[in-house]
Design a protein around this ligand. Sequence first.
Ligand code: ADP
Length: 513
Amino acid sequence: MNQSNHINRNESLDYEIYLQALNSSNSGIIITDNAILDNPIIYCNKAFENITGYSHNEIIGHNCRFLQAQDRSQPQRQQLKEAIENGYECRVEIRNYKKDGTLFWNELFVSPVKNNAGEITHFIGVQNDISERKNAEIELIEEKASTEKKIVARTKELQDSEAFLSSIIQTVRESLLVLDSNYRVLSANKHFLSSFKVTEANTVGKILFELGNHQWDIEALKQLLTKILPTNNPVIDFEVSHDFPYIGRKVMLVNAYRVEFEGQFKDRILIAIEDITDQKEIEQRKDDFLSVASHELKTPLTSIKGLIQILQRVKPENSSEKFNTILDKIANQTDRLNLLINQLLDTSKIQSGHIELHKEPFEIDKLLNDAVSNFNYAGSNHQINLRGKTNAVILGDDLQITQVINNLLSNAIKYSPEDKVIDVQSDKVSNYVKVSVTDYGIGISHNDQAKIFDRFYRAQDIQQKFAGLGIGLYICQQIITAHDGTLWVESEEGRGATFNFTLPIMKIYDNEE
Ligand code: ADP
């Protein structure tokens, strides 16, 4: 075997190995011959056939540009052309087309092969189908564009609705202020400016608490306002009574809410201010009238009551049955009138803050027992059952607590004309006594339940059927609150009602005592 034969055999072995290596690559690889006109492809591997869909025979002899089909205006072509002309490497991402016409994104790397004299003899092209990545990129770009479009549209909508809202704010007949999170006034509506006789320049941009002669600088209001933003607890019906500059002494009702617009408007406070000076004055006059009227009525009534008692004592022994019944009826009706007038007097006392409590320790079990026995004894048609034993001593005004029980029992009787049983239950609950008065009568609608403890409120549908002034429960609640307890109702319309109250226990006594 001579030397040259040995070399040839080795060379052809190397060639086979290189060929196999090229064919097993996933990247499409071609070699073009620069010495031949138009730089034709002289080699392509298997992957190139797979990527393009063309067979080896259809590829060899062509210039690479056949892969671009009619898509000729791509800027990457110019880049490729310059690289080939000047003999340097180049990497482009270019749109190419398979034999069946489908588009694929080709990541093409072109590199020149030079001989010993430095002349370019061949080009090697390596290609990868990057359609998936490219499509994802394109989708991303499209999505971004559409999101941007949506944002523009949404911003416009927000601006429109802000303009709409601000036109409403300007026209309402209530004073409105919008504050930022530092309580600086961002806007004040026309009604605010005209009511307080101030200018926009004196208001907008200023801190709320520094407006006018610091009329809003009230510690309690400040504390409520500071809670609005972090907790979203609104300020509801806060009364401010103040000598305002230019408009004098006024009572204002303040309501404040956290306002959140989507997007750029966040954490704003809307304050609505209502002038209730006139309303307050009318209420005051009504209260004064009630107080004077009930005092005036009380005086003659007391002497009528005294005179009836004299009549009852001095009536002749042989007086007729009719005479006796009429006298008893007069006495009963006078007692009723007396009770109503006393309730009116109590209300005006409570209103003017003159509720008087004479607190002494008393046993609640005994008080309940006496009150219930009195009712059962007074010839009521209802059967009142008393259950429970607490052994508790309460520090309080026993007359007032008796008044509460009497009120609740009279209501229970009055509002359950068809059902004759009333249950009174007392329990020791933690440090409190809980007393419940249950009837099985007409019940109270959910809507009315929130209002029956207000002065003069009576459920709408009972006004004609049952007599009353609508102040009994108001007085009860004031008395229980003054004893540090609570009074509440549980009821379903048509299914009776349970009025519960609690009172703090002073001490527990032994049964044996
Ligand atoms: P009055 O009974 O004089 O109307 P109250 O203040 O005692 O006034 O009660 C207020 C209202 O609450 C009543 O008008 C009635 O609508 C309702 N109410 C009170 N107690 C009961 C009850 N036990 N059952 C149903 N409704 C009741």
